[in-house]
Design a protein around this ligand. Structure first.
Ligand code: NDP
Length: 327
């Protein structure tokens, strides 16, 4: 029996948390032979902590063989203690009339604090995955506090955008989902992100050739993927949660599976023309269960270059809004 992995989850009583925790405990994230201890972190609000207690009761009632312990806390230094994975889902939602800059600053305070505490108390091999929005910038902020953990351990999720893009391409081509490969998301987890269809293949052929409809690829395809979150809110009356949780399972599972090729928001280091200091979605290849490399060298046409410039500009603006907090 392997030693249990400690998995810290913030916003654990939220919507995404409710769809996520049961899948982690069932083995979907780390495999069917990997025990886990869930370290559930929530805001110090009585109602929320009570809801968390209910979630923990339901986890108990599932009798998951792999679940070896549950911690419930509003103290991040307890929740992140010795954590091997820190899944940062909790974030302050944008209130009515709130400016983007205010949202960035309010969340910035949360992620500064969490980054500092993770760096101080998490396990030596700790890795961080950020879902709470604005995810790329929150991830950059958390990483800015790390002195011990290297920047590449901090990742933000663009996998839901990749999954959405894969499904849209398959539907348009009338192909099975599994025939679609190498569709990668570049940039921000926001409507500006770019699903680079030119590198995708369907059944081994270029997707653009199979679909043969550039206007659709450049228009409705990019728009549908970019604005899918809003479409789900309009239809469901609530934001996407199960699909976001599922994407986080995919994000982490791919990061611990050597050979996996997938989209992750990582410190750009200037790849694909992004500002070197922002976290941007791009293709990575997992090399070992603990490391990955960015796949460089995909050529970009003029359309792609203009989309990358737009999403990079947004990331740089977000960075500028919080510059005083991280410098
Ligand atoms: P959700 O669980 O629905 O969402 C959590 C975060 O994930 C939000 O920032 C949301 O962004 C983001 N997100 C990223 N991608 C997606 C996606 N594709 N679809 C939907 N959401 C996405 O929010 P809840 O309000 O239900 O729960 C949040 C919980 O976090 C609350 O219980 C709150 O108490 C907690 N919290 C905990 C903190 C802590 O642990 N210290 C700090 C702050 C909050 P968006 O808002 O843009 O949808």
């Amino acid at each position: 029996m392997k030693a249990p992995l400690r998995v810290a989850v913030t916003g654990a009583a939220g919507q995404i948390g409710y769809s996520l925790l049961f899948r982690i405990a069932s083995g979907a994230m780390f495999g069917p032979d990997q025990p886990v201890i869930l370290q559930l972190i929530e805001a110090p609000v009585e109602k929320v902590m009570k809801a968390l207690e209910g979630v923990a009761m339901e986890l108990d009632d599932c009798a998951f063989p792999l679940l070896k312990g549950i911690v419930q806390t509003s103290d991040a230094s307890v929740g992140f203690k010795d954590a091997n994975w820190c899944l940062l889902i909790g974030a302050k939602p944008r209130g009515p009339g709130m400016e983007r800059a205010d949202l960035l600053k309010d969340n910035g305070k949360i992620f500064i604090e969490q980054g500092r505490i993770i760096d101080a108390v998490a396990a030596a091999d700790a890795r961080i995955a950020v879902v709470g929005n604005p995810a790329n910038t929150n991830c950059m902020i958390a990483a800015s506090q790390a002195k011990r953990l290297p920047a590449e351990r901090f990742t933000a999720m663009v996998r839901l955008d990749q999954n959405r893009a894969q499904t849209q391409l398959a539907k348009k081509a009338g192909a099975d989902l599994t025939a679609v490969k190498n569709i990668f998301i570049y940039g921000n987890h926001s409507p500006t992100m770019f699903p680079a269809y030119a590198h995708a293949t369907i059944g081994g052929k270029p997707a653009a050739e199979v679909i043969n409809d550039t206007a659709w690829l450049q228009g409705p395809f990019c728009e549908t993927v970019g604005k899918r979150g809003a479409a789900i809110i309009a239809a469901r009356g609530l934001s996407s949660a199960a699909s976001a949780a599922n994407a986080l399972v995919d994000h982490v599972r791919s990061l611990v599976t050597p050979g996996a090729i997938h989209s992750v928001a990582v410190k750009s280091n200037g790849h694909y023309g992004f500002d070197a200091l922002v976290w941007a979605g791009m293709p990575v290849r997992t090399t070992t269960p603990g490391s990955y490399e960015v796949i460089t060298g995909y050529a970009m046409d003029d359309f792609a270059k203009s989309k990358l410039a737009t999403t990079n500009k947004e990331l740089m603006e977000e960075r500028a809004f919080v510059a005083d907090m991280i410098n």
